[in-house]
Design a protein around this ligand. Structure first.
Ligand code: PMP
Ligand code: GLU
Length: 392
């Protein structure tokens, strides 16, 4: 018999669609993949070289469970440069991807029956990790008209005596919404007043457009910082999805709890990846700035193309590399297509374009498209989508 724990969750829909697109490509189908949440850029050259050097230097043994001291120090310096916050190296835990960081955070902060606020649309993995920890995700809708940001009154209304955690993903996957200091402050004050943890998933913090400056919720005062579990990682800004490096900065008791879990599950992150990450954190700012410019152009292109389709409404994302167009009006009159799930199937079959249905993120009748691909690919994908819809 399989345990109830896994029966209650599904396979990650983002990974599933990406795998399906890959499988169709292997079979020789012409599939244009706008589903995958990973940049098409290679890992920066000097970072690859640092990995190769680590292998040649025989740096292939276990490291400290929580991560090499040198890497944890590089992370504290990065946090100081980016947010002007001071953490000790002992307050950093390096885990195999931010997904693992989030999982260990959920397992450390949530007791069975606890409620966890998940602003919706949400990244697919949050509710499942909350459930795995025995908690109950409480979804708070964020409307397109509000820029998909969490409204303080709605947050207040969702808080009960059982609420323990708010998961705040800024910039957001799938909406691209980001928060200014003024927008964060009332949310942080509510968390303080109701004694909630803030799990701040900041994995897209470096990917903000139009000159926006990222503000971490942890910078809003010492009391807020104490209750913030700050999570980030190498995957997105540094194009290192396959290297599997994420990290957490938090109060010592939280880090100690998460480190215990890690010590009995994954142990340390791959040693070679840790060496590469030190190089990435210290020496790649100019390269990342160039890539942010490229992402901004891609965003402009995809938003303009989507807005050009009759019946599609599209908010312009402020960060990350996803758009979440509302296709509800476009569904009307499309034969045999009733929702976002069927629309994504239709587009895969008829246009050869892979996208993720909004339903996976709690956004019915929407689609999530990733623009972590070139402008040419975006144009071709949107040409195909337009043709298929016109014929549909
Ligand atoms: N958080 C969000 C919002 C994400 O989109 C992702 C993408 N996979 C992650 C966390 C985890 O990233 P990784 O495990 O590759 O560090
Ligand atoms: N975070 C990415 C996405 O949302 C990668 C897939 C995943 O890890 O779920 O597409």
């Amino acid at each position: 018999m399989i345990a109830d724990r896994v029966k209650q969750i599904g396979m990650s829909p983002t990974l599933r669609v990406a795998a399906l697109a890959g499988e169709l490509k292997r079979q020789g189908h012409d599939v244009l993949d706008l589903s995958a949440g990973q940049p098409d850029f290679p890992t920066p050259e000097s970072v690859k070289q640092a990995g190769v050097q680590a292998i040649e230097d025989n740096q292939t043994r276990y490291t400290a469970n929580s991560g090499m001291q040198e890497l944890r120090e590089a992370i504290t310096q990065r946090i100081r440069r980016d947010h002007d916050l001071h953490y000790e190296a002992s307050q950093i835990l390096v885990s195999p991807g931010a997904k693992a960081s989030l999982y260990f955070a959920c397992m450390t902060l949530i007791d069975p029956g606890d409620e966890v606020i998940v602003p919706s649309p949400y990244w697919v993995t949050y509710p499942e990790q909350v459930r795995l920890a025995g908690g109950k995700p409480v979804f708070v809708p964020c409307r397109g008209e509000d820029g998909f940001r969490l409204d303080p009154d709605r947050l207040q209304a969702a808080i009960t005596g059982k609420t323990r955690v708010l998961i705040l993903n800024d910039p957001s996957n799938p909406t691209g919404a980001s928060y200014s200091e003024e927008q964060l402050r009332p949310l942080a004050e509510l968390c303080e007043r109701h004694d909630l943890w803030i799990v701040a998933d900041e994995i897209y913090s470096r990917l903000l457009y139009d000159g926006r400056r990222f503000v971490s919720v942890a910078t809003l005062g010492e009391a807020i910082r104490e209750r913030t579990v700050m999570i980030n990682g190498m995957s997105k800004a540094w194009s290192m999805t396959g290297w599997r490096v994420g990290w957490t900065a938090a109060a010592q008791a939280v880090i100690d709890g998460m480190a215990k879990l890690q010590s009995h599950s994954t142990s340390n992150v791959t040693t070679i990846s840790q060496f590469a990450s030190v190089e990435a954190l210290n020496n790649c700012d100019a390269e990342i700035a160039r890539r942010v410019d490229a992402f901004q152009q891609r965003r402009n292109c995809i938003v303009e193309r989507l807005r050009g389709i009759d019946g599609v409404r599209c908010t312009s994302p402020e960060g990350a590399f996803y758009v979440l167009p509302d296709c509800s009006e476009r569904l009307v009159g499309l034969k045999g297509v009733r929702d976002g799930i069927e629309l994504s199937e239709f587009l895969l079959e008829r246009a050869g374009v892979a996208v993720v249905p909004g339903e996976a993120f709690g956004a019915a009748d929407h689609l999530r498209l990733s623009y972590a691909v070139s402008v040419d690919r975006i144009d071709e994908g949107l040409d195909r989508i337009e043709r298929a819809l016109d014929q549909g």
